[in-house]
Design a protein around this ligand. Structure first.
Ligand code: ADP
Ligand code: NA
Length: 366
């Protein structure tokens, strides 16, 4: 059976984290020894893996999530199903707690977060059921909120599967792996790296901290001033080129760098046309700053929409479209949709629940 014949469906496997996010609205962040009553409490489904899986489904592509919860997190899997994410292959580990984020939020917008990894870190490759051989998928999306070994295992496996075509792989390294892990990472097996600007710099520093010959030329904002959009883009393009050309990186790596309110810059070495022009910049959706309500999950929304956009492209243009035969306009079109999706996301409270549907994004794009 081939599934690239245009009839069978593309599918994305997300192997990642799923959490219960508990929000405590407090007058101030609690001090050592202090007891504070919260003024409001909310419990929501979260975790970058789960959020990004929901974004792929909301954007209209087929996605299944593989991860783990404890007995206290069965409702999270129902929540995924409610958003049309297949959770059949997620596991419930009875003797373990579900991953959990305890979040304090003040009226001034300050927050403090305690993260309990729980079931997310419970499944090691050694005890992982043989999912990878059994599961059919054409796209693989990984973050870094599960054991690093598991992420490596999935990435390595995706390149060795007997398959009509290679799996298209995506990695959103958040939180950033350690410098040793960055060096160990099989970059040549990765098709798409998705980072924000801070993560791009961290990654570069991780690559350079372990090589003695180079010193980072890149700088961060150290004062509180907002640089102009053109400065941000120029700075990001320097970072992306340095990252792409780094001896520890891979020449075929495509890099997407989100720039918050400044939009997104992509470096795509696979464009069919002009090789000197590998960059695509798309500004953010225009939003009145007063309308920006909650940027949590904007990056996850963006990432899921991007994966889904490439799946759409591959569906319409064939198997090579997502890796080897990219037209600049196609990538710009996908990124345009992503910034509009993320723009809607930042105008609503919450993360998973604020990810817009494909129709809502189309309406916003006019
Ligand atoms: P992360 O949330 O992972 O740090 P970013 O802050 O770069 O990622 O945001 C991801 C995307 O969300 C951006 O590329 C942009 O499209 C959108 N976005 C984030 N903040 C804003 C904002 N203030 N106004 C408009 N769009 C935004
Ligand atoms: Na985010």
């Amino acid at each position: 059976m081939t599934r690239m014949d245009g009839h069978s469906r593309l599918s994305c496997l997300v192997r990642g984290s799923i959490n219960i996010d508990e929000f405590f609205h407090v007058p101030s962040i609690v001090r050592p020894g202090q007891t504070l009553s919260s003024t409001r409490y909310e419990r929501r489904a979260g975790g970058k893996g789960a959020n990004q899986a929901v974004a792929i489904a909301r954007a209209g592509q087929y996605v299944f999530f593989v991860g783990a919860v404890g007995n206290d997190g069965r409702w999270l899997l129902d929540e995924l199903e409610r958003f049309n994410v297949c959770a059949d292959n997620a596991v419930v580990i009875n003797e373990e707690q579900t991953g959990r984020a305890i979040i304090q939020l003040t009226p001034e917008g300050e927050n403090s977060i305690i993260l309990h990894r729980g079931a997310n870190y419970r499944i090691s490759p050694a005890v992982l059921p043989p999912y990878q051989d059994r599961l059919e998928y054409t796209h693989l999306l990984l973050q870094n909120e599960i054991p690093f070994d598991v992420t490596l295992d999935y990435l390595n496996h995706s390149s060795t599967r007997s398959h009509p075509s290679n799996t298209t792989t995506f990695f959103n390294p958040s939180p950033m792996p350690t410098p040793d892990e960055i060096v160990q990472f099989p970059w040549e097996k990765l098709d798409w790296l998705i980072v924000n600007e801070g993560e791009a710099l961290d990654l570069l520093q991780g690559m350079e901290s372990s090589s003695t010959s180079r010193e980072s030329q890149m700088t961060r904002d150290t004062n509180g001033q907002q640089p102009a959009e053109t400065d941000v883009v120029a700075r990001a393009s320097k970072v992306l080129h340095t990252l792409h050309d780094h001896p520890r990186s891979s020449r075929k790596l495509n890099v997407i760098c989100t720039l918050g309110a400044n939009g997104v810059l992509a470096l795509v070495p696979h464009f069919t046309q002009n090789n000197n022009d590998e960059l695509v910049y798309v500004p953010a959706a225009k939003i009145d700053p007063a309308e920006v309500c909650d940027t949590t999950g904007a990056g996850d929304c963006f990432t899921g929409y991007f994966v889904s956009g490439l799946m759409d492209l591959q569906h319409s243009k064939g198997v090579d479209a997502a890796t080897t035969k990219l037209e600049k306009e196609d990538v710009a079109g996908i990124l345009e949709r992503c910034v509009h999706a993320a723009g809607l996301c930042v105008r609503r409270p919450g993360a998973m629940g604020s990810i817009p549907s494909r129709d809502e994004v189309s309406a916003a794009m006019g």
